[in-house]
Design a protein. Structure first.
Length: 390
């Protein structure tokens, strides 16, 4: 049989004897000889040894063949896979094993094919309460059509002027023309939420926008240089302490209420230069900064900001965090399942691991599962609550 590399004209009994022999002491030799050919042993109907092992309910032979990389997705001339030959209730366990093997082998091939960078950048808006983070985020995601409906956006009765305070974290996925896919994360500025923000920070594939306000209160009192420095230092120190030591986050500083301060650009640039020196080697702070009226989504400064985000995303796509290619099919199976069962998108790490292993990535190495967790978190599809101790 091995010499002719064919299973033609064999009865089920003969193949059963061959499978028993394979499971015996000569198994390694037989598999080595069989693997000398590019094509596996087949009969005239296109059935491989794995088809026969499934048909004859020979579980030991199935395990042996799969361990030696037999193709669990091979089709015979009728288009049937090995698991489809395991017909009937008594073959249920074997059928599940073979179907699981198809996914495992596909994932193994994808893992060997290399890595991908997700086509989405995570943009995190951080800053104190009332600085205009939510208004800025809404202006960033607003396109031309929406802008036309809010042509009066600088008027006092404009609904975008007074945003409701964000509670916790607000996450949006948007596709902005000229920029691409962004996952926008608006972190509440109220102090009661600061303790939990660190659980959701991630430096991989994330870009941080620190928003400070040039004026304070309804009386629009101009902030002093010291006030702005203290506020920026607080948030940058908090960000640095919340991330892993080997992660160097990238931060852009934006000042809101630019229409209320005649020297806003000079003041903010001075703060940025000071912070760059203070956090040198710890945080990558952009020397470019923006002073905006966050209500105006189509102002020249806002257009420049969107262009800047597009350039940053291109850089991330070249040098950002890379993930195994198998993350793409795993996520395509995981997300519909979670939505169908209406699972809370905020998940602790153990619960997320269980969901991935059960729904989409059975029997995979823990390192691969961890990469999938990072992937879904960094793209904003599922929000992982990091484990903390103490």
């Amino acid at each position: 049989i091995l010499a002719t590399h064919s299973l033609e004209d064999l009865t089920d009994e003969s193949v059963s004897q061959l499978l028993c022999w394979l499971v015996g002491s000569n198994a390694d030799v037989a598999i080595k000889i069989a693997e000398q050919k590019q094509e596996p042993l087949k009969d005239d109907s296109g059935c491989t040894l794995l088809h026969y092992a499934a048909k004859l309910d020979h579980s030991d032979a199935v395990d042996l063949l799969l361990a030696n990389k037999a193709d669990a997705d091979a089709a015979d001339k009728d288009g049937k896979r090995p698991y489809q030959h395991a017909d009937g209730l008594i073959y249920r366990k074997l059928r599940r094993r073979l179907r699981k093997a198809i996914d495992e082998q596909k994932y193994a091939v994808l893992y060997a094919e290399g890595t991908v960078i997700p086509d989405v950048m995570k943009v995190c808006f951080i800053g104190s309460e009332g600085t205009g983070k939510t208004t800025l985020m809404e202006a960033v995601k607003r396109g031309w059509i929406e802008w036309l409906f809010f042509a009066n956006e600088n008027k006092a009765d404009n609904p975008w002027c007074e945003q409701e305070r964000t509670a916790g974290i607000n996450v949006l996925s948007v596709n902005i023309p000229g920029v691409g896919r962004l996952s926008l994360w608006d972190y509440a500025g109220q102090r009661q939420f600061h303790k939990t923000h660190g659980l959701f920070f991630s430096g991989s594939n994330a870009f941080f926008i620190l928003v400070v306000s040039l004026v304070r209160g309804k009386e629009r009192r101009m902030c002093s240089d010291k006030e702005l420095k203290d506020e920026a230092q607080y948030w940058l120190s908090f960000l640095r302490a919340s991330l892993d030591p080997d992660v160097i986050p990238t931060v852009l500083m934006v000042a809101s209420r630019g229409d209320c301060h005649p020297n806003g650009q000079r003041v903010l640039q001075h703060v940025v230069d000071y912070m760059c020196e203070l956090f040198k080697g710890k945080i990558n702070i952009s020397e470019v900064c923006f002073v905006l009226d966050c209500r105006k989504s189509n102002s020249p400064q806002m257009i420049q900001l969107k262009k800047f985000l597009g350039d940053v995303k291109k850089q991330f796509m070249q040098s950002g965090a890379r993930y195994p290619r198998l993350c793409l099919p795993v996520v395509s199976k995981l997300l519909p399942s979670l939505r169908k069962r209406q699972v809370d998108p905020f998940m602790e790490t153990p619960a997320l691991v269980h969901a991935i292993e059960r729904e989409a990535c059975p029997g995979q190495d823990k390192k691969i599962v961890e990469k999938v967790i990072d992937f879904v978190h960094d793209t904003g599809e599922v929000i992982r609550v990091r484990d903390v101790t103490g």
